[in-house]
Every structure is written in structure tokens, then in C-alpha cells.
Write a protein that binds this ligand. Structure first.
Ligand code: COA
Ligand code: NAD
Length: 708
């Protein structure tokens, strides 16, 4: 039961001479739970009530000050006291309040600190207002106090980007008053408070000064921020509310501006975008806790081998070098090795050219890179990642070499996109060491890493893969073996839905536009032009022999590839790219090919609205997502969500395809599938899992928390 005694445990108070020190304790990150909020109020009251106390010091226990509101409380009925009430009470205190900050002071945590009269930070402090990343805005005075402390433009930058400031930057920005040399936040806070008392420093309250000295200058900054935000934030709701709140602060009295901010904050809380973004936040943390990470200890990884120096091998090598590990690359001959090394160097040369890396730092990184054409170079490495041609026989021959040269216990990973990893594992004498590490292109940039778990792999190898992902700062998702694993298997289905739409009457340009309007940065045909149409073409040819003869097959993409139109790299694909343009323009010849194919297939084209395009595209994606969960290829629906958020450009504010399905209602998705199945019952066959959930009145999220 919530009680005043648990509030006392959450915020302990202790006298330190004439100071009262309030220690906030809510592991792991001191999120502002109701008990913490109550405890903070009590601390202010206790300091005021005790005639011997002259100032209050706020300090966080453990890893940091306060990481923000308790994200788990959003969407639930609010419990008193509210955070604005707490912050206002801190600011109104008749005795000076000092916030002593170490580690994260984020969101509501920074709002508490800004409500205090003085702020001191240790060097490891991380200060920020990252609410925007969760579809929110500061709602406890942050939009009013940050501009007063830092100025309007820097405060807007902090709130609109959600970025964290280190202690030095925060000091320069005016967000804190000093950096402490003490190693301990409490000692720093106590020393600073004593000094403030000795110098008879006055109580400083934000509301006593206007939001900006130069009102017209501030209006111009806000106008520009609004225009930039409308362009950049693609359908996001909360950035515009942040700007609105600051703007209102120019004209309203402080107390009224705070009330206005709270109203806008509550609108953000109610927005489905907040639900989607909070889902993404927790889902990304949940995926890293695969069962094997609990049941087994990872093997030590001190060095990595990479086979192949093409697009993926080079990108993977860079990702591993960036994590501080040494890399040995093996290629099939000297010329290919030179190309592989050049591919790696190119990335760092780009950084040097942009001034983001010194030539010395580049040399230091490359000193950890070695190349060879002899597999014996892998004799001592702890883990090898194979990234050679997508051909099972080539892969098997590479694994035979690895089996021959690698030390016992080395982890042997393949970056295959589609091939049967069980078959690769079975081809060597140590299948327990073989795993899939499916990176996405460019491998040094894309966050997603599918960890593909074949039948015979041992649990500690799986745990090692998750540990490697952590070192590489990737988002790991556990996947089972099947054609395409989680992401590419589902992609194949919605891409097919898009191809059907084209043959049935929509243009690729209309489809891309509808998909972008849904929130994707690019549509599927733009993505195909970027990745190269030849990749999908090769896959289609490989699968032709095993394709269900009853399945509808649209040949338009093949007609385009047959002309050598593979996209950006060939100057044309679905779009035209004159003179190396990066953005394509619609191609009348492609439309003519499509018309001819419709005629050949005997299809009478019809119009599709953007809404119907998205309904079909999403229904195909969600339905295959359900199949992937049902077959255990993905552990839970949230794993599918994370794959699409971190590897396929799915709009984060919608939380992922499965979360989106829950938002619109699974019954509606099922009704769509049944409607489309009247045209093509084979392709649109509803997943039994979807049918089961709808029958039981449950949603996908109910499968995300099996223990609840
Ligand atoms: N409310 C509730 N739980 C939170 C939280 C918050 N504000 N911030 C972090 N957590 C939880 C995480 O879910 C995780 O829980 P788990 O161990 O059960 O998975 C745990 O705290 C540790 O967080 P994690 O992100 O894994 O640790 P880290 O050391 O890498 O990063 C932070 C710490 C604080 C920098 C990071 O968690 C963060 O950015 N949190 C969100 C801050 C924020 O947005 N605040 C504004 C809220 S409006
Ligand atoms: P690529 O053609 O760019 O590179 C392959 C490299 O492997 C070449 O440099 C080649 O010389 C080398 N190679 C071939 N046989 C070899 C051997 N026996 N020993 C050593 N080196 C050998 O191909 P890529 O796009 O980097 O793809 C590599 C793998 O990664 C494939 O399995 C592919 O399916 C997978 N993948 C590709 C992408 C992508 O977007 N390109 C994404 C994820 C996974």
C-alpha cells in the first residue's frame, strides 16, 4: 500500500549540520514514482518546518540523479501529488534548494533540478529533456524554466532533439551553476550549499524573470523552429506542442504558462503516438533479454574474424572496429582483399573529410585491422562472421575452412539473409558453435541485428551473440531459422502485396507516396531502387522452382530488371535518376511496361485510394507477423515490432506493425484480410493466430507478457 512510510523510504532525509539532505532512492534509475513525488514534497516541508535547517540538498542514490517520470505510469490513472505540484513547491521553498546531480538528470528529473534554486553537477552528469522521444513534452515547468535558464534557442534544441548534455556543455549553457570536483554528489551538494549560505546567496525563482529578455527575437526563433519542425518531424505531434508551450510563455504570467503547459502535456499523453513510442522504448529493452542471456554465460570475445570484404563484410568490420575490437578479414584473393580493405578505409576517410575523425585516430583504428587470403589467420580469433556470396555451396565451403582452422570454442556466424543455417551447421563437425548474425546494410549504421538461432547451437553461443550486440551497440532480436527469418520473410509478403497493387491498378509512385504518408521515410519501390533491384531478382529466380504453382506471380519487376534497370546504381529502376540524382523521378517507360504487363495478365486496372493501399500493405505485414510469432520464429509480437522499427524504417511513433494492429483493432485487420481473400484466398489466408486472438477478444500485446 502506498503510505507515508514508503515515501520516507523513497526519499530519505538526514541532517548535515544546518543542511537537510534528501536522498532519492528508486532503483535502478530513480524514476519519479508517486512515492518519490510524495517524498520530495515532504522533504521541502520538513526543511521549512525545522528552524535549525537553513537549506535543502537534493541528491540521487545509485547510478544517477533522476532519469525522469516513471514511464510505466503513463496511461494509468495519475496518483497525487503531480510532478508540477512538486516542482512548484520546490521552487516556492522559503529556504534555498540545491540539486546535486550525478549521472542522468533527464526529463522530469531535470525539471526537478531546474525548480531548485541552484544546481551543481559531477563530471559524469547527463542532462536532458528527452520527452520528445516518447511522444511527450516537459510537463512540469520544463518548457518555461529551461528557456529562462539557457535562452530560447538552446532550450528548444534540448527539447526538440531530446539530446543529453554533459556537465561542461550544461555549465556553458547556463543549465547548471558549477561543476564539482568531488567524487560524490552528496559531498558536492553539501559543499556548494554551505558556500551559498556563507555568501548569503539569495533564493532564485524562475518565475521571477520573463521567459526572454528579447521578446521579438524569441518570436523569430520560435517561428523558425516551427517551420523546421513541420518539415523534419514527419507527422509527430509533440514537437509542435513544445513550441506552442514556449510561445505561450512569452505572453502569459508564469503560473498561467505552467497551467497551459500541463494542458498541452496531457494532450500528448493521450496521443496514440505516446503509446507507440513508449511501447518502442520498452520493447527495445525487452528484446535484449533473450532466454539464453539468462540461462548461459557468454564466451569471451576479444577478437573477430570476417570472411568477405564486400558491402556487408566491410560494414561489419567497421562496426566491430568501432566497438574497439581487433578484426581480421579473409578474402578469396589479393585483389578482393585490397577492395575489402579499401571498403573499410572509405568509411573512415569519409569521417576524416567531414572533420569528425583525425587522421591519427583513423590510423589508430586501422592498426586493429588485419587482412589475409589464408584462413590460418583465423587460428586465434574468438568469433568469425561470414559474409560471402549468398550461395549455400560457397557458404558450406567457407564453413569447412573455418571448421579446419578455428580454435575449439570459436563462435562461427553467418550473415546469410535467407539460407538454411541448420544446413550450414550440419555440414561441419561443430554445429553447436554455428549461429546466424544477420546485419543490415550499411552494417556499421543500421541498429538491427537478427540473432538467428539454429536447432543445434549451444545456449552460450546465443548468449555470446547478444553480448556482441551490446558491444556493437546494436538492437538484437532473437529469430528462428526459416526463409528470411523475421524481417525479410515478412518483407517478402508486403512487397508481394505492393506488386499485386501495381498490377491491379496503383502506380509504384502512388504506393510509395501512400507509404510515406503513413510515416515511412521511403516507399517500397524507392527502397528497391536504393538497395538494387538485382538482389530481389536473384532471390525470385532462386525461389522460382519451389514457388507454389497456384500462387499469383507478378512479373513487372522482372521486366524492369531484364532491361538492366536495377535502381540508383544503374541510373534507373522504378524511377529515373538522371545524372546521378539521389531522388528519383517517375518514369513513363516504367508505366508503359506496367500497362503491358496488366494487359498480358488480363487485369483490368482500377483506382486505389491511399487509404486502401495502406490497408492492404499493412494487412499483409501484420498477417505474416502473426505467422512468424505463431511458428516461434519471433519470440513475441514485440520482437517483430523491434525488427521493423530498427531495420525497416517503420514509423517509430506507431510502435511497430503489431502494436499498430492492436491500435486499429485486430478484428478490423481480420475483416480486411477476409475481404481481400475473396480475390485471392491463398495469399490473404488469415493467420490462425490472428483468428484465435480475435475469437478470444485478445490483442497481440497480451502475448508480450506471458508471465502477467
Ligand atoms: N521510467 C521507468 N523505467 C525506466 C525509466 C523511466 N523513466 N528509465 C529507465 N527505466 C528502466 C528501463 O526500462 C530498464 O528496466 P529493465 O532493467 O527492467 O529493462 C532500467 O530502467 C535500466 O534502463 P536502461 O535504459 O537499460 O539503462 P541505461 O543505463 O542504458 O540507461 C537511462 C539509463 C536513464 C539513460 C535510460 O534508461 C533512459 O534514457 N531512460 C529514459 C529517460 C527518459 O526518457 N526520461 C524522460 C521520461 S518522460
Ligand atoms: P558482396 O558481393 O558485396 O560481397 C561478397 C564478398 O565475399 C566479395 O568481396 C567476395 O570476394 C567475397 N567472397 C566470395 N567468396 C569468398 C570466399 N570463398 N572466401 C572469402 N571471400 C569470399 O555481397 P554482400 O552484399 O556483402 O553480401 C554478403 C552476404 O551478406 C550475403 O550472404 C548476403 O545475403 C548477406 N546480406 C546482404 C545484405 C545487403 O544488403 N547487401 C544485407 C544483409 C545480409
Amino acid at each position: 500500500m502506498p503510505s507515508s512510510s514508503s515515501a520516507a523510504a523513497a526519499v530519505r532525509t538526514q541532517r548535515h549540520g544546518v543542511l537537510l539532505v534528501a536522498t532519492i532512492a528508486n532503483p535502478p534509475v530513480n524514476a519519479l514514482s508517486a512515492e518519490i513525488r510524495k517524498g520530495l514534497l515532504r522533504a521541502v516541508e520538513a526543511a521549512e518546518a525545522d528552524p535549525e535547517v537553513r537549506a535543502l540538498v537534493l541528491v540521487g542514490e545509485g547510478r544517477g540523479f533522476i532519469a525522469g517520470a516513471d514511464i510505466r505510469e503513463f496511461g494509468k490513472p495519475p496518483l497525487p501529488p503531480s510532478l508540477p505540484e512538486v516542482c512548484n513547491r520546490i521552487e516556492a521553498s522559503g529556504k534555498p534548494v540545491v540539486a546535486a546531480i550525478h549521472g542522468p538528470a533527464l526529463g522530469g528529473g531535470l525539471e526537478v533540478a531546474m525548480a531548485a534554486h541552484y544546481r551543481v553537477a559531477l563530471r559524469d552528469a547527463k542532462l536532458g529533456l528527452p520527452e520528445v522521444n516518447l511522444g511527450l513534452m516537459p510537463g512540469s515547468g520544463g518548457t518555461q524554466r529551461a528557456p529562462r535558464l539557457m535562452g530560447v534557442a538552446p532550450a528548444l534544441d534540448l527539447m526538440l532533439t531530446g539530446r543529453h548534455l554533459g556537465a561542461r556543455e550544461a555549465l556553458e549553457a547556463g543549465l547548471i551553476d558549477r561543476i564539482a570536483e568531488e567524487a560524490d554528489a552528496e559531498a558536492a551538494g553539501v559543499a556548494y550549499a554551505q558556500q551559498l549560505l556563507a555568501s548569503r546567496a539569495a533564493i532564485r525563482r524562475s518565475g521571477d524573470s520573463p521567459l526572454a529578455a528579447d521578446i521579438e527575437g524569441a518570436r523569430a526563433v520560435l517561428k523558425k523552429a516551427a517551420a523546421d519542425t513541420a518539415k523534419k518531424s514527419r507527422g509527430l505531434f509533440s514537437p509542435l506542442k513544445i513550441i506552442e508551450a514556449v510561445e505561450a510563455g512569452l505572453d502569459l504570467p508564469f503560473a498561467e504558462a505552467l497551467r497551459n503547459e500541463r494542458q498541452l502535456f496531457l494532450q500528448c499523453i493521450d496521443s496514440p503516438q505516446r503509446a507507440g513510442l513508449v511501447h518502442a522504448f520498452f520493447a527495445e529493452r525487452e528484446v535484449a533479454k533473450a532466454p539464453e542471456t539468462r540461462s548461459a554465460r557468454p564466451r569471451a570475445i576479444g577478437s573477430v574474424g570476417v570472411v568477405g570484404g564486400g558491402t556487408m563484410g566491410a560494414g561489419i568490420a567497421v562496426a566491430v572496429l568501432d566497438a574497439g575490437l581487433p578484426v581480421t578479414m579473409v578474402e578469396r584473393d589479393e585483389a578482393s582483399l585490397a577492395r575489402g580493405r579499401a571498403n573499410v578505409e572509405k568509411v573512415y576517410d569519409g569521417l576524416v573529410a567531414k572533420g569528425r575523425l583525425t587522421p591519427e585516430a583513423k590510423a589508430a583504428v586501422l592498426a586493429r585491422f588485419a587482412g589475409s587470403t589464408d584462413y590460418a589467420a583465423f587460428a586465434d580469433v574468438d568469433l568469425v562472421i561470414e559474409a560471402v556470396f549468398e550461395d549455400i555451396e560457397v557458404k558450406k565451403s567457407v564453413f569447412a575452412e573455418l571448421d579446419r582452422v578455428c580454435k575449439p570454442g570459436a563462435v562461427l556466424a553467418t550473415n546469410t539473409s535467407y539460407l538454411d543455417i541448420d544446413a550450414i551447421a550440419a555440414s561441419i563437425a561443430r554445429p553447436q558453435d554455428v549461429i546466424g548474425l544477420h546485419f543490415f546494410s550499411p552494417a556499421n549504421i543500421m541498429k538491427l541485428l537478427e540473432i538467428v538461432v539454429p536447432a543445434k547451437v549451444s545456449a552460450d553461443v546465443v548468449a555470446t551473440a547478444f553480448e556482441l550486440a551490446k558491444k556493437l551497440r546494436k538492437v538484437p532480436v532473437r529469430a528462428g531459422v526459416c526463409d528470411g527469418f523475421i524481417g525479410n520473410r515478412i518483407l517478402a509478403k508486403y512487397r508481394q502485396a505492393a506488386d499485386y497493387l501495381v498490377e491491379d491498378g496503383a502506380s509504384p509512385y502512388e504506393i510509395d507516396e501512400a507509404v510515406r504518408a503513413f510515416g515511412y521515410p521511403m516507399g517500397p519501390f524507392q527502397v528497391s531502387d536504393l538497395a538494387g533491384g538485382d538482389i530481389g531478382w536473384a532471390t525470385r529466380k532462386r525461389k522460382a522452382a519451389t514457388r507454389d504453382p497456384r500462387a499469383r506471380y507478378v512479373q513487372i519487376a522482372d521486366r524492369i530488371c531484364e532491361r538492366g534497370w536495377f535502381g540508383q546504381k544503374t541510373g534507373r529502376g522504378w524511377y529515373l535518376y538522371p545524372q546521378g540524382a539521389r531522388t528519383g523521378t517517375p518514369d513513363p517507360e516504367v508505366l508503359a511496361i506496367i500497362d503491358a504487363e496488366r494487359e498480358r495478365a488480363g487485369v483490368k486496372p482500377r483506382k486505389f485510394s491511399a487509404e486502401e493501399i495502406v490497408r492492404r500493405y499493412m494487412a499483409a505485414m501484420i498477417n505474416e507477423g502473426a505467422n512468424v510469432v505463431r511458428e516461434g520464429i519471433a519470440l513475441r509480437p514485440l520482437d517483430v515490432d523491434v525488427v521493423f522499427l530498427s531495420g525497416y524504417g517503420f514509423p517509430r511513433y506507431r510502435g511497430g506493425p503489431m502494436k499498430y494492429a492492436d491500435t486499429i483493432g485486430l478484428d478490423r485487420v481480420l475483416a480486411d484480410l477476409r475481404e481481400f481473400a475473396q480475390e485471392d484466398p491463398l495469399f490473404w489466408q488469415p493467420s490462425p493466430l490472428l483468428v484465435e486472438l480475435v475469437t478470444q477478444g485478445r490483442n497481440f500485446d497480451s502475448l508480450n507478457h506471458p508471465a502477467d
